[in-house]
Design a protein around this ligand. Structure first.
Ligand code: F6P
Length: 342
């Protein structure tokens, strides 16, 4: 088979490890690959990357994606779907290996319904994709948040301040919960549980009353106060998949905490630091397992399916099942993290 590989949506540490594994295992099974540049955009624009043996050498620890990425949605703009289908035909692609999150895999599922052979690999640092226990990139993001919290602890304690740390997590607070738990946060705010600003202020006051003159509050970017009733955004512009640009909950909360408690409060937005750089060992292994599975799914002609982690096994699930439903935080983990609040 001659297959195309593309990476779509926000980048994620481990993307290159998946590409390497797909090409390596697929090559052993007798298949050839071409890289599609910048997600679905590359099929529309006909921009390609060669995926030879040499091209995949040294990829395992490399962050980003050698294929580039974009949030182009071929179903959005008139004419783009026709160009995408024409691209698949022109390149004589027998299969498309789509590495992405909900949006990219949603497109892969729709194309499969239209008769295009697709297989999926789940990617998102947010870990909010259904049908898989973990996505690669999440462990790296959590490790970065943990290291940041360790550093922020020392300066926050030295200055007797409150530090609000805003982390990624649009629909789900996985990074906030795991990172906050590992980094000893005094309170963690997630999109799943709208918070009460006064409750956060109470935690700060309580800690102060107990002689703990500093507090670390972790907030997922999608967390929002009950009284506001919706996510805090910087801009109202939507991307091609209809997402707003989040950001601002940290700043909002820091202002409210200082006003209500009188304790000097700073905020830090960890932002894209959480997505950059080399994947952790866990993510390299998970990405490689996903890549090998994707090549084998393709070889077995199990199209319309996605590699997934369930328990400690790599299995395959229908793409349709995975796309379209956000996997929200396991409240049992949140309960354990909350034992340490206040
Ligand atoms: O990949 C999802 C995500 O990490 C979200 O948590 C975040 O809102 C978004 O990406 C930001 O991505 P960008 O700024 O690259 O559009």
């Amino acid at each position: 088979m001659n297959a195309g590989i593309l990476t779509g949506g926000g980048d994620c540490p481990g993307l290159n490890a998946v590409i390497r594994a797909v090409v390596k295992r697929g090559g052993q099974l007798g298949h050839t690959f071409v890289g599609i540049k910048d997600g679905w955009k590359g099929l529309i624009d006909n921009s390609l990357v060669e995926l030879t043996k040499d091209a995949i050498s040294g990829l395992l620890p490399r962050g980003g994606t050698i294929l580039g990425t974009s949030r182009t949605n071929p179903f959005k703009k008139e004419g783009d779907l026709e160009k995408t289908l024409a691209g698949i035909k022109r390149l004589s692609l027998d299969c498309l290996v789509c590495i992405g999150g909900d949006d990219t895999l949603g497109v892969a599922a729709k194309l499969f319904d239209m008769g295009i052979a697709t297989v999926g690999v789940p990617k998102t640092i947010d870990n909010d994709l259904s049908s898989t226990d973990f996505t690669f990139g999440f462990d790296t993001a959590v490790t970065i948040v943990t290291e940041a919290l360790d550093r922020l602890h020392t300066t926050t304690e030295a200055h007797h301040r409150v530090m609000v740390v805003e982390v990624m997590g649009r629909h789900a607070g996985w990074i906030a919960v795991y990172g906050g738990l590992a980094g000893g946060a005094d309170m963690i705010l997630i999109p799943e549980e709208p918070f009460d600003v006064e409750e956060v202020a109470k935690v700060v006051r309580k800690r102060k009353g107990e002689g703990k003159n500093f507090s670390i509050i972790v907030a997922a970017e999608g967390a929002y106060p009950k009284e506001v009733g919706g996510v805090i955004t910087k801009e109202k512009v939507l991307d091609a998949f209809g997402h707003v640009k989040l950001g601002g909950v940290g700043e909002f909360l820091a202002g409210e905490i200082e006003k209500r408690t009188g304790v000097e409060t700073r905020y830090v937005v960890l932002g894209h630091l959480q997505r950059g750089g080399s994947p952790t060992a866990y993510d390299r292994v998970l990405a490689t397992r996903y890549g090998v599975k994707a090549a084998e799914l393709m070889h077995e002609k199990k199209f319309g399916r996605m590699a997934a982690l369930q328990g400690n096994k790599i299995v395959d699930v229908p793409l349709k099942e995975a796309a379209g439903k956000a996997k929200t935080v396991d409240m049992e983990i949140y309960r354990i993290a909350s034992v340490f609040f206040g």
